[in-house]
Design a protein around this ligand. Structure first.
Ligand code: PNS
Length: 207
């Protein structure tokens, strides 16, 4: 006697969009994207503009960094969101928008957007509770720490910290500065003279 056990064919492929500014993508974002792949057949990372933020990295750089970070996730692709998120969701046939929540402040920020997106298009938002390992990571803090010469490499996917430092015009923590030596003695201590000084990005101070 033969049995067909546990075989279930859904009628449609489910696709979710993980939107954000990703300025830059962090390990927290990546964890949410990875967990979304366990819930949906396809996941599209949507790199968007947030009208209330001024980005450090241009959208092309943000897309490229997100693509590199998601390269080992076969069901994920990264696109720019050229306009409204709900228009992209409609175009792709997305069944949900997925975002991570680190705490109440995130919920307060996300809830009106979720309601507006559902009002505009009917798309539902699904919130994943941030993994405690990453709940302290925010793109704005990554930029702020890097700006002041702090270590951010363990907060972001490989290559991202260097891109942020390049955009900010700062050197790696502990690296000797090419421009700010004041004595003949080489600087060696971590966090030595690596101050960003006046190498300010136009968007410095805004996240
Ligand atoms: O990472 P963020 O900045 O919290 O993400 C917010 C973002 C970019 C997802 C949101 O600002 C957005 O959806 N922007 C695209 C334009 C849009 O649809 N605006 C209306 C949102 S209700």
């Amino acid at each position: 006697m033969s049995h067909t056990v546990g075989v279930y064919y859904r009628e449609r492929v489910t696709l979710a969009v993980c939107p954000g500014s990703f300025d830059p993508i962090t390990l927290g974002h990546l964890d949410v994207v990875r967990r979304a792949t366990l819930l949906f057949d396809e996941v599209v990372v949507g790199v968007a503009r947030n009208a209330s933020k001024s980005a450090l990295l241009d959208v092309g750089a943000r897309v490229a960094l997100a693509e590199a970070a998601c390269a080992d996730l076969p069901t994920v692709r990264v696109v720019e969101v050229p306009g409204l998120l709900v228009d992209l969701c409609r175009e792709l046939g997305a069944v949900a928008v997925v975002k991570g929540l680190r705490g109440g402040a995130d919920y307060d920020a996300e809830q009106p957007m979720a309601l507006m997106n559902r009002h505009l298009s009917g798309v539902e938002s699904v919130f994943l509770t941030a993994d405690p390992r990453y709940a302290h990571i925010a793109s704005s803090m990554v930029k702020d720490v890097a700006r002041h010469g702090g270590q951010v490499d363990d907060l972001v996917p490989p290559g991202v910290a260097d891109a942020v430092r390049r955009a900010l015009g700062v050197t790696s923590p502990g690296a000797p500065s090419a421009t700010t030596h004041h004595s003949a003695t080489p600087l060696s201590a971590p966090g030595g003279d690596t101050s960003p000084g006046s190498a300010a990005h136009p968007n410095q101070g805004v996240s």
